[in-house]
Ligand binder design. Structure first.
Ligand code: M6R
Length: 608
């Protein structure tokens, strides 16, 4: 979604802002813009399309100012256009505002402002902020920003620059991430650590209702009532290289290849082999409630939702806990009784997904113990949950989630182990579970070694317009995830189905132009999967099967076969997903798609 970067320091702001905007590209955007202050004047430039378009439009611009704000916009209100791109400005073109989030009451605010004579230039909700600040401005920019924000309903992360206060930038947040980066004689504010981590690792995660005034002497933090506040500086623990492609053609491919380490990092220090248990430090404070829970509701969206679905299968298989899974966006519509013994687990890579955050808040209101499984340290969901576990997958830049998914799964296995050992799993079973898990990274490495075979298969399948992904039991959520990967990055229509559901309708679509990717490892659902494959073949549907190494019988009945190493059937999804990610990647590449920033998608979806 939209990205924000502000800079105030001694260096020239323009190159820093442009470099930072490029780092924010992965979030998804359709236009960009910036405003720079110099000698009491403000220069503003915007462009539709890629950052390169903005850069081209700046050719020959000699603006040397060392204060500026910049933005990438992902359209919500109004199409991508220069007028709708940020920064937005007031009637006098003195106040410049960049905004992430949604101003929900913008229509009524706009109506009042129009009646008061304000002239609008865009169709956006964000522009009202510039006019509201103008209305309240009496020389103190921060005061005017606070007054304006007091009238606003919705979410925001904003940066404000004024020609009349060129020595300061005012930033504020509510429901949209904003981070201050504290450098040597320079301050940054960004919606995402990746935009500033090459300059400083000292950061402050602003919280809702925080307002920061950045000036040449440093920064001042206060709340919307002007009370001073203190926030701790934290050190970002990932290095710049983690956010670079390091020779891979795309971030997605790099992240697929990082999955063995992602699994290792998720397990590191969390397994005690002698006792056959896992220990998740982030749950220490709520250990008893966690282990004694009777009911678990897992909430999440997209790929994280598919991780949740698998979580249900594995926790229910190994424990007596009743597990429900809900799309976070639907959770609020259910009239749920959060009686004692109910725990809610929110899964989110970014920790900023608006639907999941809202569901977390709703679950907390109802009195449940709310836990998080989050990758981004310091993110909103990490902060708002009662306790939680970090993935430690490192930054995931590709919009299509891969390594974060596999590390979410790994942590769900660790949670399952902790819960199961507390209930009925024996020591030897716990130790066998750990032994199986520890072999997974090397088995993923073996699958990655066969990438060229998957690439060749992609060459044969990239022309199809529709796909089914079929799986059963533990691999049903993986079929859904495989289909999502393909549609996200290649724009090919793909549907994931529980294989048993096929003959209840979808099979009507099967013909020689409609292939099925069938997940058929040698597990307890194998025979039934083979029958489903035969049903597809009987209707001339091409079948690409993903099965267990050496399964020549399966190979004989399908058109193409990708083999994965054998493991315990409960752990198999950790392996099955990898060829599906590679298949989607190579098909999208074959079709010339923009893999890391697919159209219409954003890395973290911060609007509901
Ligand atoms: O950051 P989150 O895990 O909360 O994001 C949830 C979804 O938006 C995300 O998984 C999305 O579906 C990805 N594009 C999947 O590749």
């Amino acid at each position: 979604m939209c990205g924000i970067l502000c800079y105030l320091g001694k260096r020239q702001a323009l190159p820093i802002l442009l470099e930072g905007l490029r780092k924010l590209e992965y979030r998804g955007y359709d236009s960009s813009g910036l405003a720079l202050a110099e000698n009491g004047e403000i220069f503003c430039q915007k462009a539709v399309g890629k950052i390169q378009a903005l850069e081209n439009s700046l050719a020959g611009v000699q603006w040397k100012g060392s204060t500026g704000i910049a933005h990438t916009r992902w359209a919500t209100h109004g199409k991508p256009s220069e007028a709708n791109a940020h920064p937005h400005t007031d009637c006098r073109e003195k106040i410049f505002v960049i905004h992430n989030g949604i101003i929900e009451n913008f229509q009524s605010l706009k109506k009042t402002l129009l009646e008061r004579g304000h002239q609008f230039r865009s169709e956006t909700d964000s522009e009202v902020l510039a006019h509201l600040i103008e209305e309240h401005y009496q020389g103190d920019l921060a005061e005017a920003v606070r007054d304006a924000l007091g009238l606003v309903e919705g979410t925001y992360g904003i940066g404000v620059l004024s020609a009349e206060n060129p020595q300061e930038i005012v930033v504020a947040r509510k429901g949209s991430p904003l981070i201050l980066g504290i450098g040597e004689g320079e301050i940054f504010a960004a919606s995402d650590v990746s935009a500033l981590v090459s300059h400083t690792k000292e950061v402050i995660y602003l919280q809702d209702d925080d307002v920061a005034v950045i000036h040449p002497g440093g920064y001042e933090l206060s709340n919307l009532n002007s009370d001073s506040i203190l926030r701790q500086t934290q050190k970002v623990d990932w290095d710049v290289a983690a956010a670079e492609k390091q020779g891979f053609s795309h971030f997605m491919l790099k992240e697929i290849y990082e999955q063995p380490e992602a699994v290792e990092n998720a397990m590191r220090g969390r397994l005690i082999e002698e006792e056959g248990i896992s220990k998740l430090g982030g749950l220490n404070g709520v250990q008893d409630e966690f282990l004694e829970m009777e009911r678990l509701i897992i909430i999440s969206m997209g790929t994280s939702y598919y991780a949740a679905l698998l979580g249900r299968y594995i926790i229910e298989t190994c424990t007596d806990i009743a597990v429900e899974v809900d799309l976070a966006s639907e959770f609020r519509y259910r009239k749920l009784n959060m009686k004692e013994g109910t725990t809610v687990l929110a899964i989110s890579q970014s920790g900023e997904t608006a639907d999941t955050l809202a569901a977390v808040q709703e679950a907390k209101r109802k009195g449940a113990l709310v836990l998080g499984l989050v990758n981004v340290v310091g993110s909103s969901i990490a902060r708002e949950t009662d306790a939680g576990v970090y993935n430690h997958a490192g930054p995931e830049i590709g919009v299509a989630s891969t390594k974060a998914f596999i590390s979410q799964l790994t942590i769900l296995y660790l949670m399952t182990l902790a819960l199961a050992r507390h209930q009925r799993m024996s020591l030897s079973e716990g130790q066998a579970f750990i032994a199986g898990l520890k072999l997974i990274p090397d088995k993923i490495r073996r699958i990655l070694e066969s990438a060229s075979k998957i690439e060749a298969i992609a060459g044969r399948y990239h022309g199809y317009k529709n796909f089914f992904y079929l799986g059963r039991k533990f691999n049903y959520p993986i079929a859904l995830e495989g289909a999502l990967k393909l549609k996200e990055i290649s724009y090919i229509h793909a549907e994931g189905y529980a294989a048993g559901e096929m003959k209840h309708g979808p099979i009507a679509l099967i013909d020689e132009n409609f292939p099925s990717v069938c997940l058929a490892p040698r597990d307890s659902a194998y025979e039934k999967m083979v029958s489903n494959i035969q049903e597809v073949k009987a209707r001339n549907g091409p079948v690409l099967a993903i099965g267990t190494e050496g399964d020549t019988e399966l190979q004989k009945i399908c058109d193409d076969f990708i083999e994965v190493p054998a493991t315990d059937e409960i752990l198999q999804p950790l392996l099955m997903v990898v060829p599906l990610q590679l298949l989607a990647y190579y098909i999208a590449r074959e079709n010339g798609c923009e893999i890391d920033q697919p159209r219409n998608l954003a890395k973290s979806v911060t609007v509901e």
